[in-house]
Design a protein around this ligand. Structure first.
Ligand SMILES: CCOC(=O)c1ccc2c(c1)NC(=O)[C@@H](C)N2
Length: 116
């Protein structure tokens, strides 16, 4: 099997990603937006992002810091705020997740500094 090389840094980033995904209680960010269901999505969003893609990137060692994780998280949120109008469940969920996720990321950043 492909053993995921779990260094302490990867374990820490994985735990941070899990904490973020836990807050997506409606599971609207679990997988990529289905382009068959949302055919005009790429007219508004140039780089789609979702939690399953972030998980794959983490396991491919594409993230080396909390900041790397944070930029894909922010991309995912801003895509949602751009595509969905303000009065939608998606837009409101993204605003909420941005706030809660931001606190999780700030705490993770502080922890990363202190453990070196
Ligand atoms: C089965 C239909 O699913 C959707 O239309 C849909 C499903 C999930 C979505 C989404 C649309 N739009 C979004 O912006 C992101 C956040 N999530």
């Amino acid at each position: 099997t492909l053993e995921l090389q779990l260094t302490p840094a990867l374990v820490f980033l994985h735990s941070t990603l899990e904490q973020l995904q836990e807050k997506d209680t409606d599971h609207i960010f679990t997988t990529p937006v289905d382009l068959k269901e949302v055919p005009d999505y790429l007219e508004f969003v140039s780089e789609p992002m979702d939690f399953s893609t972030m998980r794959d990137k983490l396991e491919a060692h594409k993230y080396s810091s909390v900041a790397d994780l944070e930029s894909d998280f922010n991309l995912m949120i801003s895509n949602c705020l751009r595509y969905n109008s303000n009065d939608t469940v998606f837009h409101k969920a993204a605003m909420q997740l941005r706030e809660v996720g931001g606190a999780i990321l700030r705490h993770a950043q502080l922890q990363a500094l202190s453990i070196g």
